[in-house]
Write a protein that binds this ligand. Structure first.
Ligand code: F6R
Length: 613
């Protein structure tokens, strides 16, 4: 939530900041701002709206300067407006600060500062921090870096910050705790950003700042890092593996559509080097040291939020069926606050696309503290969750920019499938012939996804029929139940149509009352274990005049005779159906949202990376 970017070097900062903010806009887009240092002036421009509104706002203004900071906001404290937008300044106007996170004890600090004569313009927690730094700088007579360090020692909460001081224009100070911050090291220039996307086109050399670290970037002395206890740290420079073209729309109208279409590749990349058909084995290098733990595990807990939680539910079915390990899937936000029973022989799998979700991070810390083994499934390399887990396997989906998660879901399910297969084989809970059949089926999935994507024209046609719906139901059983939840989430978050996912048989325990001729009901009715039962559920909906859009196995004639529309997907093994059946549901949501004129990549009130609880 909130994106921050900063630059110090020889080039003009403004274009670099604006470009960086555009890349970070997925993290928040209700207001934006920049501060630029130029010849003793600190020019701050900010306004409500998107980065494009900021650009319009700065038109014709003084935008020079080779040092600057920028921010795109997702409001937590105070509504989105010009005043609450970042950067925030000290009363003197000497300091400017951008912040991603929440200062939890801001009210107490504010009260203290009010007593000391400070006055505040905004409703934000961030403004309190810049006043505190300013206060310490003056009262203690220390430089900016030391004032930041002392201030952060009295702060409770999460932050990634960058501060500029008009009096010391060759220094930029940054710090992080529980919110991400990456430093790019170029030739005579430094970049700072919430993730590497604004940096990759300038340099591939990056340092991921650790929790509790403060970075001082000095035009003359370069980068120095210490922690808030004042211990010097050696920067660990890594090379980015990100490619610029993965951050562009590549000819698609929206990132979401591009990412839906990338799934044959992203699923393949998530299997690459892990699934070996010739040898008939699955090897997930990141967790081989923990294989024995898995084999002996009495229980697996899966934690995540939103779409990642849905992937976790598919994981539950996979691990229970293939590896015969009991699984509980938990919303990270609930798990962290209910004193859960966790044992040392539990394995906790934390799933997160961004690797920064605050609730998932907190759930990990809790389980880690109780001695469980934590395995991460993350997409963003070097992210906080990837770093705090004991081990893990990255999904190789590539950057996901559209706020609605698509390719991350299928990559997560792919990795969970590989994990369950690997552990099932080691435990001997899958018959050899089934194991080999599943490996072959999994290997064939990318080509089958490609085939589903070729049916987009029909899906668009169906989207056009139901685009004005006010409600929708999604039904599925077994492996398709989590897909029903995911389909409903996709529709509501980008098209603002109320949608619910249900296990198909649960429908008659309540939701059936909602069904009338206005209600589209999306049913996943592929051939497999629960096929006949789902067909009966379809009959029940039909009897109440609901409109049925069924996802079926290609060639199905039974459902074809019952449903209003059928979307065929290639046949595959039951555990792999989610990787195919979710694709038409993603496309339906996308096209309905576009037809309704919604901002698909940046739906209202949402942000991609939820770094606040
Ligand atoms: C939905 C969506 C969210 C995320 C959730 C978790 O399309 O994107 O529900 O899945 O916020 O985010 P990560 O996976 O980054 O932890």
């Amino acid at each position: 939530m909130c994106g921050i970017v900063a630059y110090m070097g020889e080039k003009q900062a403004y274009p670099i900041l604006i470009n960086g903010l555009r890349r970070l806009e997925y993290r928040g887009y209700d207001s934006a701002g920049v501060a630029l240092l130029r010849e003793g002036d600190l020019n701050v421009y900010k306004c409500q709206g998107k980065v494009s509104d900021l650009e319009a706002h700065t038109m014709g203004k003084e935008l020079g300067g080779t040092v600057g900071i920028g921010h795109t906001r997702w409001a937590t404290h105070g509504p989105p407006n010009d005043v609450n937008a970042h950067p925030h300044q000290s009363t003197s106007g000497d300091l400017a600060l951008i912040h991603n996170g929440i200062i939890e004890n801001y009210a107490a600090i504010k009260e203290e500062l009010l007593h000391r004569g400070h006055s505040f313009q905004s409703d934000t927690d961030t403004e309190v921090l810049v006043h505190l730094i300013d206060d310490i700088q003056r009262s203690e007579g220390v430089d900016l870096a030391e004032a930041v360090r002392l201030a952060l020692n009295s702060v409770v909460g999460a932050y990634a910050i960058v501060v500029l001081d008009r009096k010391d224009p060759d220094v930029m100070v940054a710090a992080r705790k529980s919110s991400p911050l990456v430093i790019g090291i170029g030739d005579g220039e430094h970049f700072l950003a919430s993730d590497a996307t604004p940096i990759v086109e300038h340099t591939k050399n990056v340092v991921y700042l650790e929790d509790g670290e403060i970075a001082v970037i000095d035009r003359r002395k370069g980068l120095k890092i210490r922690n808030i206890k004042n211990q010097v740290k050696t920067p660990f420079i890594q090379e980015l593996e990100m490619h610029l073209e993965t951050l562009e729309k590549g000819g698609y109208d929206h990132f979401m559509l591009k990412e839906i279409h990338e799934q044959p590749r992203s699923i393949r990349d998530s299997m690459r080097g892990r699934l070996n058909l010739a040898k008939g084995e699955v090897v997930l290098g990141g967790i081989t040291d923990y294989e024995q733990k898995f084999v002996q595990a009495k229980r697996i807990l899966i934690v995540g939020c939103g779409t990642s939680w849905h992937a976790g539910l598919v994981g539950e079915y996979l691990f229970e069926e293939l590896a015969r390990i009991p699984v509980e899937v938990e919303y990270a936000s609930e798990f962290r606050y209910r004193n859960p029973v966790i044992n040392e022989d539990d394995i906790v799998i934390a799933i997160s696309q961004s690797g920064e979700t605050a609730d998932t991070l907190a759930a990990i810390e809790l389980a880690k503290g109780k001695g469980a083994t934590i395995i991460g499934i993350c997409n963003v390399v070097g992210s906080s969750i990837a770093r705090v887990t004991h081990a893990g396997s990255y999904t190789h989906a590539g950057p996901e920019i559209g706020v609605a998660s698509t390719k991350a879901f299928t990559a997560q399910v792919t990795v969970l499938t590989l994990m369950a297969l690997m552990i099932g084989q080691r435990k001997g809970t899958i018959a050899g012939s089934r194991f080999h059949r599943l490996l072959n089926e999994l290997d064939a999935i990318p080509a089958k996804v490609e085939k589903v994507l070729q049916g987009e024209a029909q899906i668009k046609y169906i989207a056009d029929i139901y685009k004005e719906a006010s409600n929708a139901l999604y039904l599925g059983r077994g492996y398709s139940f989590p897909v029903a939840l995911e389909g409903a989430l996709k529709l509501k978050e980008i098209s603002y149509i109320h949608a619910e996912g249900y296990p198909a048989a649960e429908m008659k325990h309540g939701p059936i009352a909602l069904i009338d001729e206005e209600m589209p009901v999306f049913v996943i009715a592929t051939k497999g274990a629960s096929y006949e039962k789902v067909v009966s559920n379809i009959q029940e909906v039909k009897a109440r005049k609901g409109k049925i859009i069924a996802i079926v196995t290609e060639g199905d004639t039974v459902v074809d005779g019952l449903a209003d529309h059928v979307i065929g997907i290639p046949d595959t093994a039951d555990p792999l159906v989610p990787l195919l059946s979710v694709i038409p549901l993603q496309l339906i949501s996308y096209h309905i949202a576009v037809m309704r004129g919604c901002n698909v990549d940046q739906p209202r009130n949402l942000a991609k990376s939820v770094t606040v609880e």
